[in-house]
Design a protein around this ligand. Structure first.
Ligand SMILES: Cc1ncc(COP(=O)(O)O)c(C=O)c1O
Length: 375
């Protein structure tokens, strides 16, 4: 059987990883400033993470959500404490798309409405309602097409107010920082307006923090830079440092009912162990502060690089927009300097999404390689 060939692949076979380094089968070392698409939060194969998952697997790996799994409450407590959302509820699933699907369902159940406001250049996942809420018609199949999604310009609160006036909108969904779209940061004013307008018109505000959350922005959640509190927050990626685990943080205004949502794998022992290990390391090693400091350093230095038009981002979610398409530079960084970076739907923007414990020396290696290649 052949693999279903949907991914253009680099001809690299990593066999070992530690922190922000990868090694292929020939022993060649790579610097990972992409983190497998913003997934690696505490660094590859962190010893505490390896130990916690191994211990859990030696005890019990899986049972469904029909028995008591105390690790779920332990995770909810720790996440509530570190994120500042102790007064929210947690629903556990397995992927970002699934988190957003469930958030949209909750908003629709709660309001009894169908319409969803999403924004230009947004990315929310590839499954039914969330792919329809993603601003990329090329990945929306006919079965996903719906008239329930209203796309509006990013950072345009007046357009949102107009759309909400119909009183048909269940939810506004917005990324804490747009990732796939090219690292576009919403203004604090825009997020504050969304919070106010959603309340005024009986809609719920969903913050998709799947890429921008979990400390990456230099605060636990990117929307906390704007001082808002959304009704629903979705998390995945960095939450498990590579183990598939995701969640929805749900305000107490939205009551749970048995059977309302469900999942087979969500919240299993291994997923909880991975997510707990991540939070423990983030706390012990002050990784949110490191993300803020390293991000500031990287963005400041990147602005002075040759060929750079604009640097956008917060913390370690950084978009470096060039004057020209960035594909040749990304290829040269990988081929000549063994440095992984990310792309974006904006073809001129390189995304830098390293582990939250990346060091200044590792960022310097990237900055020096960039300067040598662009001259
Ligand atoms: C902001 C955002 N939302 C949702 C998703 C979908 O997550 P997953 O691929 O885990 O379904 C992604 C993935 O890139 C994302 O960046």
């Amino acid at each position: 059987m052949n693999l279903f060939d949907v991914y253009p692949l680099f001809n690299i076979t990593p066999v070992k990883a530690l922190g922000s380094k990868l090694w292929d089968e020939n022993g060649t070392e790579y610097l990972d400033l992409y983190g497998g698409h913003a997934v690696i939060s505490i660094g590859h194969s962190h010893p505490h993470y390896v130990q916690r998952l191994t211990e859990q697997l030696n005890n019990i790996g899986f049972y469904s959500n029909s028995v008591q799994i105390p690790q779920q409450q332990e995770l909810a407590d720790k996440l509530g404490k570190l994120s500042g959302y102790e007064d929210y509820q947690l629903f556990l699933i397995n992927s970002g798309a699934e988190a957003n699907e469930n958030a949209l369902k909750l908003a629709s159940f709660h309001t009894g409405r169908k319409k969803v406001i999403s924004f230009s250049k947004s990315f929310h996942g590839r499954t039914s309602a969330v792919v329809a809420a993603t601003d990329d018609p090329s990945i929306v199949a006919p079965v996903n097409e719906t008239e329930n999604i209203i796309f509006l310009p990013f950072n345009d609160a007046a357009a949102v107010e107009e759309a909400l006036a119909t009183n048909e909108v269940a939810a506004i969904i917005v990324e804490g920082i747009q990732g796939v779209g090219g690292v576009n940061v919403p203004t604090s004013q825009f997020l504050q307006d969304l919070e106010k307008l959603a309340k005024k018109h009986g809609a719920l505000l969903i913050l998709d923090e799947i890429q921008s959350g979990y400390g990456r922005s230099g605060k636990f959640f990117a929307h906390q830079h704007a001082g808002i509190k959304p009704d629903l927050i979705t998390i995945a990626k960095g939450m498990g440092n590579g183990f598939p685990v995701a969640g929805v943080l749900i305000s107490l205004e939205i009551p749970a009912k048995h059977g309302m949502l469900g999942t087979t794998f969500g919240g299993n022992y291994l997923a909880c162990a991975a997510a707990l290990a991540v939070l423990e390391v983030m706390e012990q090693e002050n990784l949110v502060d490191n993300a803020a400091a390293m991000g500031e350093y990287l963005m400041e230095k990147a602005k002075a690089l040759p060929g750079v038009k604009e640097v956008r981002g917060q913390g370690l979610m950084v978009g470096i927009e060039l004057e020209t398409p960035c594909a040749p530079l990304r290829k040269a960084l990988l081929d000549e300097y063994q440095i992984f970076t990310g792309s974006a739907s904006n073809k001129k923007t390189i995304r830098v999404l390293p582990a939250l414990n990346v060091t200044q020396a590792e960022l310097d290696r990237f900055l020096e390689a960039f300067a040598a290649l662009v001259k």
